[in-house]
Design a protein around this ligand. Structure first.
Ligand SMILES: [Zn+2]
Length: 336
């Protein structure tokens, strides 16, 4: 293990076990951000998936660790400052999942149920119950070769013609880990493309056998368990600050009403796609009567936070496997 990782793990452990760290966490709340739980851990370890995916073994390890060190409670109880009395010695944590991936029902829920850990899932509502695909997943996996070599070559050519050629590091590295790392960085760079261009590129990728997202029946079934609640994460997953007034209003209303229709008790919490927001977006959310919204800024929730820009701590395969690394991430957030 690299020395830097060992130092991070040691300081994470110290933070969690020191009076200062515990004190800081007890007075605050921690919101964890996850996206997907894949069917196996090996697939989640590749760098281009690491930040958005965890495997079932890592997720189970995380849940056990959280139950040892934290009081796991529903997001609304954490936001409304409840839940302290039940287990006052432990800091409070709430789990959130972004996007609405189908694997949340298939792979995450059985483990949440086993450990009775509540969670909130934030849906990009256009995708729910449809075959519409998330561009980073379709492009990433086609480029990784998950849909075969001819499809991989074709999308490389399409991207070249679109003026976004793949970097040399993607072609030159023999080691899968290094190639996956180069792919992850390249996918990040595509975020600046227009939604239309990303749609077109996604359409050029082969179809998956199953829809990527949950359907509304699954949503209702998960909600009926009493362990899961749902909130909006945009409708099309467009980045909100870049939209004109009309499109911003459409995104907020469409996602809001889809949740009202599809769920029994949707959360009054908005979750910004990609964490992106600005003053105009926050003002529109206030007009839609959302008292809370989640960003992707790393941090722990303190009383002084803007309730429409709440920070979270991201869970990756790497830190779910080694929770002392997650504790290190939390300690950095606590210092912010
Ligand atoms: Zn998202």
């Amino acid at each position: 293990m690299p020395i830097k990782t060992s130092i991070k793990r040691a300081s994470g452990w110290l933070y969690l076990n020191s009076p200062m760290g515990r004190q800081q966490l007890r007075g605050a709340g921690l919101i964890l951000m996850l996206h997907r739980v894949l069917a196996d851990d090996h697939s989640a370890e590749l760098p281009h998936r690491n930040e958005l995916c965890v495997g079932p073994q890592a997720f189970e390890k995380l849940l056990r660790w959280l139950q040892r060190h934290f009081h796991c409670l529903p997001l609304m109880e954490l936001l409304q400052g409840n839940g302290q009395a039940q287990d006052s010695d432990k800091p409070r944590v709430a789990l959130t999942f972004d996007d609405g991936w189908r694997d949340n029902a298939l792979n995450a829920f059985p483990l949440l149920q086993k450990y009775q850990v509540p969670a909130s899932i934030f849906l990009s509502t256009d995708y729910i119950g449809s075959r519409q695909r998330f561009w980073w997943e379709s492009l990433g996996e086609t480029l990784w070769g998950s849909h075969g070599e001819p499809a991989r070559r074709q999308i490389i050519e399409t991207l070249r013609l679109a003026g976004r050629p793949l970097p040399a590091a993607y072609f030159m590295n023999e080691r899968p880990h290094a190639r996956s790392y180069a792919l992850g960085r390249y996918l990040q760079s595509l975020k600046s493309l227009s939604p239309q261009a990303l749609h077109m590129l996604t359409d050029a990728c082969p179809a998956d056998s199953l829809p990527q997202a949950l359907d509304w029946q699954q949503v209702r079934w998960l909600e009926a368990s009493g362990l899961i609640r749902f909130g909006p994460h945009g409708a099309s997953h467009a980045l909100l600050p870049g939209l004109d007034e009309r499109r911003l209003e459409e995104e907020l209303s469409r996602s809001h009403y889809a949740l009202q229709e599809g769920c029994r008790n949707p959360l009054p919490v908005y979750c910004y796609p990609n964490g992106d927001h600005d003053l105009r977006v926050r003002q529109r959310l206030t007009a839609h009567h959302y008292p809370f919204a989640l960003s992707t800024r790393a941090g722990i929730c303190q009383g002084s936070d803007d309730p429409l820009a709440l920070p979270r701590i991201g869970v990756s395969q790497r830190n779910a496997c080694r929770p002392s690394l997650l504790a290190w991430r939390i300690s950095r957030g606590g210092r912010a």
